[in-house]
Design a protein around this ligand. Structure first.
Ligand code: PBE
Length: 304
């Protein structure tokens, strides 16, 4: 971290020296100037934002951003996978190269690397958001004990992060159990006075990202300790909402709202029960290494 920070400072200095010494030659800064010795930022990036899975809410929002920001004319979103994106980010940082990725917090990428979320003045990538608990219609009548726990479930970003960090060493199942053991007071708040059951089956659906593997596995383990037999199925956000709306799935603690998963939510809003937020303060964004000289999405220049 310290090393990365000092690289950032060195690079910043050399860019400003270059700027003061070379008139309109802009070095690393993107002026759309293709005659200079150094390629513009857009050229270096091949006008590409490195994205994640096609089915992610963030991928849809990123396409919207490219459309809505005039300065992103000619830019493309490279869809891949979260692991692929993280590999490209790691490679760029090792080589001190520029990179723009689609990222989100909570995520370990922010503790592993010195990163910044680019300002999003149009608010297209969602700003500060929440994660909600959503259940199928009729769950309250069919499984009042599970419903009560799901309704009460609330934790902080630090709790989710603790599970995610632990899960870099152990499985998410084990990390969830470790967190539960370390936080009996929180679990007690969700389960207090709730009657235990004997093997009643409940189907949780979730999405495949670490944030939701953390929350999904904690909810699974809590319900198991209450006597439920729990299935936890990770699917794309679109499928997750369809499952709850059709009643094939009983509950999810994974929807990012009001923006990231809004298109899916709106489609099914009449056919599901929204129990409100279970975590506050998540955020999506276009993310760059701190050594890059830009601060806002609007600092990126259109393809000429
Ligand atoms: N994400 C970011 C999920 C939720 C927000 C990748 C973790 C998604 O984009 O659907």
């Amino acid at each position: 971290m310290v090393k990365l920070k000092s690289i950032g400072i060195t690079l910043g200095l050399s860019v400003s020296l270059l700027l003061s010494g070379c008139g309109d030659e802009e070095g690393n800064q993107d002026s759309g100037n293709t005659t200079g010795e150094s390629a513009s930022l857009g050229e270096q990036l091949d006008y590409t934002i490195t994205g994640i899975e096609p089915g992610a809410g963030l991928t849809g929002l990123s396409h919207n951003a490219i459309e809505e920001y005039e300065n992103l004319e000619g830019w493309e979103l490279l869809e891949s996978s979260t692991a692929g994106m993280l590999g490209v980010l790691d490679g760029a940082i090792k080589n001190e190269e520029p990179i723009v990725i689609t990222g989100w917090t909570p995520h370990w990428m922010f503790s592993a690397y010195d990163l910044k979320i680019l300002e999003d003045p149009k608010g297209i990538l969602g700003g500060s958001e929440n994660i909600n608990t959503i259940v199928r219609k009729g769950l309250e009548e069919d499984m009042p004990n599970a419903y009560k726990i799901l309704d009460r479930f609330y934790w902080e970003a630090e709790d989710m992060e603790a599970v995610m960090y632990d899960a870099q060493e152990v499985s998410f199942e084990e990390a969830a159990l470790n967190w539960i053991e370390a936080n009996p007071d929180k679990v007690e708040q969700w389960t207090e006075g709730v009657e235990k059951v004997k093997g009643k089956e409940i189907e949780l659906v979730s999405t495949p990202w670490d944030t939701e593997r953390a929350s999904g596995n904690v909810m699974k383990a809590v319900l198991e300790q209450q006597g439920f037999t729990v299935t936890l199925t990770p699917v794309d956000p679109a499928i997750m909402f369809e499952a709850i709306a059709s009643g094939e799935g009983d509950a999810t603690v994974a929807p990012w709202l009001p923006t990231t998963h809004n298109s899916f939510y709106e489609k099914h809003a009449d056919d599901l029960v929204d129990l409100g937020e279970n975590l506050k303060g998540t955020q999506n964004g276009f993310v760059v290494p701190a050594y890059m000289e830009i601060d806002s999405i609007e600092d990126l220049q259109p393809k000429k």
